[in-house]
Design a protein around this ligand. Structure first.
Ligand SMILES: [Zn+2]
Length: 282
């Protein structure tokens, strides 16, 4: 249900789309409107001059199909199920208009894992605390990076074959206390395994963070970003262009981990979403 802030725009009544009915939408990630998922939301007819779409203050990726303009909306893992609003800025006859369109977040229950860790390992030294404080804004900047070019594809390749050892969204308790849910997909690979770009991209950040270790951020366009962490070696640098499948470095156990593996994350509009929604064969 669309709510026009400025009136007279009822021609653009907006509706969430039943994706399965539209073959041409097959290239989009699966419509999965739950926390950690992706909502495909119809924004307007193909010729409507939408300028900008935001959700939770972050720009939303849009894709133009013959059926119209669609938002590909990442839903945060901590989102509350129920109706949510997209903010839309558009131009109508030269006048800027702002309105909202709603979509519904459904419920999804993720598995829970209970972890016990020696509390001493959870206390940061002043030096490490400084590193964490240095990392946080850099991570936030990379995660919310925006470039105008639309992605060439929404299909991602797993960066390395391997057993999926921890799925996205896994809820975790640490010594009995609720901890952060798992914001990526873990692939169990030993140190030194080549990691490949999940799709064509530009490298937007390369760093060595306290928790994540050696990390690479790839921008696929319009806030569609992939992240590769705990690497042992990085073979790309900021600003590089990479093709789908090109090796960006080697897996490892850098950062705070119990053993070598790849933690792979996918971002839309500044939030982590389930990487498996983008794989050809889940
Ligand atoms: Zn992980």
């Amino acid at each position: 249900m669309a709510g026009c802030i400025r009136g007279g725009w009822h021609a653009l009544l907006l509706a969430a789309l039943n994706v399965s009915a539209h073959a041409q939408l097959g290239s989009l990630p699966r419509h999965s409107p739950y926390p950690g998922g992706v909502a495909i939301v119809k924004l307007s007819d193909a010729d409507a001059p939408v300028l900008e779409v935001t959700y939770g203050g972050n720009r939303v990726l849009t894709v133009l199909l013959s059926e119209g303009l669609f938002g590909v909306v990442g839903i945060p893992l901590d989102a509350t199920p129920g109706m949510q609003q997209l903010q839309i800025n558009a131009a109508k006859d030269g006048v800027r208009v702002a309105y909202q369109t709603a979509f519904e977040i459904k419920t999804k229950t993720y598995a829970t894992q209970h972890l016990r860790i020696d509390p001493r390992f959870l206390q940061l030294s002043p030096e490490n605390q400084k590193r964490v404080e240095r990392d946080q804004p850099l991570i936030a900047t990379a995660k919310t990076h925006w470039s105008e070019a639309r992605p060439a594809s929404f299909v991602l390749d797993l960066p390395t074959p391997g057993r999926l050892s921890a799925r996205f969204g896994l809820r975790r308790t640490l010594n009995g206390k609720e901890s952060w849910p798992h914001g990526g997909l873990d692939v169990a690979v030993g140190t030194g395994t080549p990691l490949r770009a999940a799709a064509a991209a530009r490298v937007i950040a390369v760093d060595d963070y306290f928790y994540s270790g050696k990390s690479v951020w790839l921008d696929h366009g319009q806030g569609f970003i992939t992240l590769y962490i705990h690497m042992s070696r990085i073979d790309v640098k900021d600003g590089d262009t990479v093709e789908r499948g090109s090796v960006i470095g080697l897996s490892g156990a850098s950062g705070q981990v119990t053993g070598p593996h790849l933690h792979w994350a996918v971002v839309l509009n500044g939030v982590y979403v389930d990487p498996e929604l983008f794989l050809k064969t889940p």
